[in-house]
Design a protein around this ligand. Sequence first.
Ligand code: SF4
Length: 448
Amino acid sequence: MALTGIQIYKLLPKTNCGECGVPTCLAFAMNLAAGKAELSACPYVTEDAKAELTEASAPPIRVVEIGAGTKKLKIGGETVLFRHEKTFVNAPGIAVLVTDEMGNEEVAGRIDRFKRLEYERIGLTLRADLVAIKSVSGDAGRFEALISKAKNETDAGIILMTEDPCVMETGLKVCGDRRPLIYAATRENIEGMATLTKKYKCPLVVKGKDLDEVAELTKKLTDDGLKDLVIDSGARSIRNAFEDQIVVRRGAIQKKYRPLGFPTIVLPCEMTDDLMQETLIASVFVAKYGGIILLSDLQGHSLFPLLLARMNIYTDPQRPMATSPGIYEIGGPNEDSPVLVTCNFSLTYFIVSGEIEASRVPAWLLVADTEGLSVLTAWAAGKFVGDAVGISLKKCGIMEKVRHKKVIIPGYAAAISGDLEEELGDWEVMVGPRDAAHIPAYLKEWSA
Ligand code: SF4
């Protein structure tokens, strides 16, 4: 929230009536500033104060939604310059380009790779998000045919690229229901694009020769009632585009400069002809501060590292990634299969389960609830201790699934073995390897 508690207090009625659930207006203002209360809880706020507070509480970079249904993409909404200050909110959308001058085979290949290239990582599905359809020929019929093809092939979000409002309207008639991103309004076509944006209720890219021109155009459009805007600074060299991203983010967050308070689109596909170099450039804008990153093509070896970088940067540093606690079957275990225990820190779970799978020894894996902490941290915090793990083992139902009475704990948690044995009664607690890489050898020996 942009306003402090005191600044909010000055806008409240100051009658201390207590109807909002706290005894004083000052206490309510403090709660509001901390995000612990809703403005609507006070029935006496004037309309002017309401407008001011609503405006002040909006994120400095507007959230813009592209697409519809389950594939809707949110960009913007950022409140900090650096991830460690709080967290980044909405990961940049990655888009692939197709144009109406490409052959059928080329278009089909790009769309096929767009659909096919997806990866599972610590419980998340990583993939590209948008298809950008560009009219190069200026022929409305060709543009329309290409959009129809892409629309039928995928339910992903769409970017329509032409600066000709007539050609753009042809495209919007085909896929307006998908709420595509309109690319782009410029100084020359701004009236036509604004009319289409209002008519089809879609977000709009504002493209300028530089950021001064962009700010002038966004101001004009917001005065006209259009809010869902995306900025293309026009830069097509990595240095200039990088500088522009920094200026936009700083301007919006530090200076509260509303004309730049929108997410951005960057086009590495227009900065080089080399796909690997394009990927490197894209990775720069994953970190700073692309809202949409447009690539010329997708290949597994270039897309996967980009998606991984995006995932790492856009996880919340204040919240450990956790797997659901419970008993997991790996490789079709039976009543004689080993029982292993680990914590529910996602990375640990995926490493341990991966090593068990690699061992080809079917096993049961109990994931204990450690609130997303790793084994050692959870042990130090008292969340991976003998009695807690013992209770988890009793409650998860594993005792009815196996006929042996042995459980394998992580090597780093050897200290809990005594307490765990005490909790479990007649079960034998075995200390497994410290390093997950040694699990396959350990399990092979165990099952021999
Ligand atoms: S309801 Fe409004 S006027 Fe009454 S104490 Fe709360 S903030 Fe103050």
